[in-house]
Design a protein. Structure first.
Length: 428
């Protein structure tokens, strides 16, 4: 009995001791130390730790300076090395430090018009054909689904809606089915479709609503000054009917002008109302539509008149809670700077959306728009002289707040290399 009681007491003491150890400052610092740190050549990263640390004596990639509360790593030359943390002369943990070449981008903020051409023709709905046997949808009977993309008919590549009509009429007259190749969920499928004659006008129909392009407006995020590659919007463009991401064949970017603002309110997101600029000059192409925005290359400059000089970018772990700025247009084509606050930030290790939560604090912007509105997506976020990300979504029940995406993931999608080939090989 006494032995059992003693065991319980000892167990409780050990449990309390283990829990208490977790609250000790050295232990907490040890747990929080990252496995990998990435910095640019001319920038500095700080790690909050009082644990003694030393760098590889042979490294030229960075220098290290330690105070009582933090460790400062200053990038010197692209490369990789390690920082070793010790306690009582014994190595505790090793952190890999990657130094990457400096990268600067020109922040955007301009209102842009976007036109996307789909890969083939997009099925956006079914319709019933009035036949002698009643109402039927040939497309539905063939197993064609909303969101499918028709890329080939009878071995011929389909690029626009007008390409489809001749095949329908020819098939109707001969009675042969249309051999379709459709793109669905990233894979190609085959289907046979028999057009049916509409008794009202004697025309053959396939019972599908199709579309070959989409248009809208958004905001430019950044331009890489050497390659002219750009990123915009910060989120994927989805078809308004299917709600699925548009698979892009190609597209065009034009300047746009904001004509008015529908002010946002709780439960009712506002919107920028805009039109393509009168000159309709195509300033760039669109090669990619991804969860992080649209990307391509500009064929001419796009000055914003506020911050036209290249700025350094911040990796996700560098972003801090606190004041920041966004660049956007709320009237005509004038880019302006507005105050926001970074409410929270996630130092993401892998590409993901919604890495930031921001809140508009600028009275001028609140009075004009109510906060974040549709069409503002892509507005660059700048903190401490660095481009840190882009506005992406508004909170429906709080238009003063919304999500943002970290800039490093948009750079990756644009094909702008943050790591050179040697570093990629070493990392893999």
């Amino acid at each position: 009995m006494l032995l059992e009681k003693a065991r319980k007491i000892i167990g409780v003491i050990l449990l309390v001791s283990l829990i208490s150890i977790g609250f000790l400052k050295p232990v907490k610092e040890y747990i929080q130390l990252p496995k990998t740190v990435t910095i640019f050549e001319s920038q500095t990263a700080s790690l909050a730790s009082a644990i003694p640390a030393s760098a590889d004596s042979h490294t030229e990639a960075f220098s290290i300076e330690q105070t009582d509360s933090e460790i400062n790593l200053e990038g010197k030359k692209a490369g990789e090395s390690n920082v070793v943390f010790e306690w009582g002369g014994l190595p505790l943990k090793k952190t890999e430090v990657r130094v990457i070449p400096d990268l600067k981008v020109i922040p955007g903020g301009q209102s842009i018009g976007v036109k996307l051409n789909t890969l083939g023709v997009l099925v956006v709905g079914h319709h019933q054909v009035n036949t002698q046997k009643g109402k039927q949808s040939p497309g539905e009977l063939a197993g064609i689904e909303v969101g499918d993309i028709i890329t080939e008919i009878d071995g011929t590549k389909i690029e626009k809606m007008n390409d489809v009509t001749p095949f329908i009429q020819s098939s109707g007259k001969t009675g042969k089915p249309l051999d379709l190749v459709i793109f669905r969920n990233g894979r190609s499928h085959k289907a046979k479709l028999y057009p049916l004659k509409d008794v009202n006008d004697e025309a053959y129909r396939i019972g599908l609503y199709i579309r070959d392009s989409a248009a809208g407006i958004g905001t430019m995020t950044f331009i890489e000054p050497n390659s002219k590659k750009y990123g915009a919007l910060g989120h994927v463009i989805s078809d308004m009917d299917t709600k699925k991401p548009i698979v892009v064949h190609d597209g065009e970017v034009m300047r746009s002008t904001v004509t008015s603002i529908e002010k946002g309110s709780n439960g009712n997101p506002g919107e920028k109302l805009a039109r393509f600029s009168n000159d309709r000059v195509i300033v760039g192409d669109i090669s990619r539509n991804s969860p992080f925005g649209i990307f391509g290359k500009l064929n001419q400059g796009m000055a914003n008149g506020v911050s036209d000089q290249p700025l350094p970018v911040a990796l996700s772990y560098e972003v801090k809670e606190g004041p920041a700025k966004i660049l956007t247009v709320v009237e005509d084509d004038k880019v302006e700077e507005f105050d926001v606050n970074i409410v929270s930030t996630i130092p993401q290790k892998f590409p993901a959306t919604k890495g930031l939560v921001i809140k508009v604090t600028d009275k001028r912007l609140l009075d004009k728009t109510g906060g974040i509105v549709q069409g503002m997506s892509g507005s660059p976020i700048i903190q401490n002289g660095k481009v840190i990300g882009a506005v992406t979504h508004v909170f429906v029940n709080d238009p003063t707040s919304g999500y943002g995406v970290h800039i490093e993931w948009m750079l990756n999608e644009a094909g702008i290399e943050l790591y050179d080939k040697e570093q990629k090989r070493a990392a893999s």
